[in-house]
Design a protein around this ligand. Sequence first.
Ligand SMILES: CC(C)(COP(=O)(O)OP(=O)(O)OC[C@H]1O[C@@H](n2cnc3c(N)ncnc32)[C@H](O)[C@@H]1OP(=O)(O)O)[C@@H](O)C(=O)NCCC(=O)NCCS
Length: 151
Amino acid sequence: MLTLRPGDTRDAWIVDELMAAAFDPRFGEAWTRSQCLGVLAMPGVSLMIACVDDQPAGFAMTRIVADEAELLLLAVAPAHQRHGIGGTLLGAVIAECERAGVRTLHLEVRAGNPALALYGQSGFAKVGERRAYYRGRDGEAFDAHTYSRAI
Ligand SMILES: CC(C)(COP(=O)(O)OP(=O)(O)OC[C@H]1O[C@@H](n2cnc3c(N)ncnc32)[C@H](O)[C@@H]1OP(=O)(O)O)[C@@H](O)C(=O)NCCC(=O)NCCS
């Protein structure tokens, strides 16, 4: 059974484990644990954890500032991918933004990340590109694309 619950800095280890499992280290998209802890402590940052049978399976981290929000991270453990958890987390983030009076939700994603399919069907449109934004494990650079969605 899939459940969602809010998280906080005490859940940094869950974020850490899920991130290490979900993000391919070739692309340099994952954050370090100390980066996560620092961001989780910032005002307006919220964490949503998806559990399957009470075991953490995915998470979304969002920052809301006034009427703008950014989806900072979204990840689902490989064993649980393609079962609707990423879409459920994204839907919950959008609902949270609606409740908070957010007008625009932004995100940034590596060019070529399969997550683009999920964002495209969730109403996000491309608004920009950042060249060589991610630095992969072997030093290779990857572009980031920025997307946004009206709430
Ligand atoms: C992106 C991610 C969170 C999606 O999670 P998920 O639980 O697998 O997503 P869902 O099952 O809700 O997918 C919903 C739809 O999005 C699309 N989609 C999701 N992952 C996809 C993939 N790898 N390739 C193509 N389409 C994909 C599909 O249309 C899918 O519907 P379908 O399975 O019925 O075809 C997950 O793949 C992940 O953790 N990736 C690694 C981390 C990452 O890159 N995060 C995004 C950048 S922050």
